[in-house]
Design a protein around this ligand. Structure first.
Ligand code: GUN
Length: 295
């Protein structure tokens, strides 16, 4: 059996093309502010991708780069300024924040109407109650990717491996909401799940989101299942020109010919996250302007 590759790049391009067409009749350009504090190398790369996405779509965007010594009060002051800036529709605080900053206080300071990441408790609460406003970008991107490839979740057994607030937990909530893109029977697994293979045994769809390189292989992934790999891990590889390369949380090489389909890393879920961030920023502008052109 050949495994089908569920590529994110063409889906991202289609989402951007659709947004670009709709924005031609928009009252103004949506604006995104990114707050990047510290020097985490992965965060620097992610933020660069987000900036490139904004440039591709012609969105107004600013990145505030602050040193790792930034205090919680300084971060809160910047967020307050951005909350009051009428040219900014979306605010994204890149995580993780340096250990000296109170992450919860900073995320709670973001105006929920500008919280394009969907991490504010108001937005997470809306998601729990089944009336989402901003849906976190990676879970939303995964559902969009599945829809694009006509992989239904309705009535399926889905396992989410990893319980982060950014991916695993909101994704599990979305998957069991009523309706298309939901209606799944969801099993949540994590580092304390004693028998992972047993928990995954009857699942049709597995979401790997633990942040552990190549952790899920054919020993735990059921044959013929669909694997969505959220992991982006840099590992050393002396055979590679750079000495490192990116791998997912699934062991994609070992799963080729075992899984029915899987997302590549890079080029799978990552591009979808960016596309959904841009879409959420457009939605924020539309709501602020009372514009109905996004449909
Ligand atoms: N760090 C890793 N993923 C994300 C994300 O989707 N949003 C933010 N703000 N930080 C992240």
């Amino acid at each position: 059996m050949d495994s089908r590759l569920l590529k994110g790049v063409p889906v991202r391009d289609a989402v951007l093309e659709e947004l670009r067409a709709k924005l031609t009749s928009a009252p103004r350009s949506p604006g995104l502010a990114v707050v990047l504090i510290g020097e985490d190398p992965a965060s620097q790369v992610y933020v660069r991708h987000k900036e490139k996405g904004c440039e591709k779509l012609g969105l107004h965007h600013v990145t505030h780069r602050l040193p790792p010594t930034t205090s919680t009060d300084e971060a809160l002051a910047l967020v307050a300024d951005l909350n009051n800036d009428p040219a900014i529709d979306g605010i994204l605080v890149q995580l993780p924040l340096p250990s000296g900053i109170d992450q919860d206080r900073v995320l709670q300071a973001v105006d929920p109407a500008k919280d394009v990441d969907g991490f504010h408790p108001d937005n997470l609460g809306r998601l729990v109650s089944g009336r989402p406003r901003f849906v976190p970008c990676t879970p939303k991107g995964i559902l969009r990717l599945l829809a694009h490839y006509h992989i239904s979740t309705v009535g399926r057994r889905v396992a989410v491996v990893g319980r982060s607030v950014i991916v695993g937990r909101p994704l599990a909530l979305l998957l069991n909401l009523k309706g298309e893109g939901g209606d799944a029977t969801v099993t949540m697994c994590h580092s304390r799940t004693p028998d992972l293979a047993g928990a995954l045994k009857d699942c049709d769809l597995i979401i790997a989101a633990m942040g552990v390189p190549r952790a899920l292989g054919p020993d735990v992934i059921p044959e013929g299942s669909v694997v969505i790999d959220v992991g982006i891990n840099r590992i050393t590889d002396p055979t590679h020109p750079k000495g490192t390369r990116l791998v997912g949380d699934a062991d994609s090489e070992a799963l080729m010919g075992h899984a029915a389909a899987l997302t590549p890393v890079p080029g799978g879920v990552g591009p979808m996250t960016i596309a959904m961030l841009l879409e959420n920023t457009c939605e924020a502008m539309a709501r602020n302007e009372g514009w109905h052109g996004l449909g």
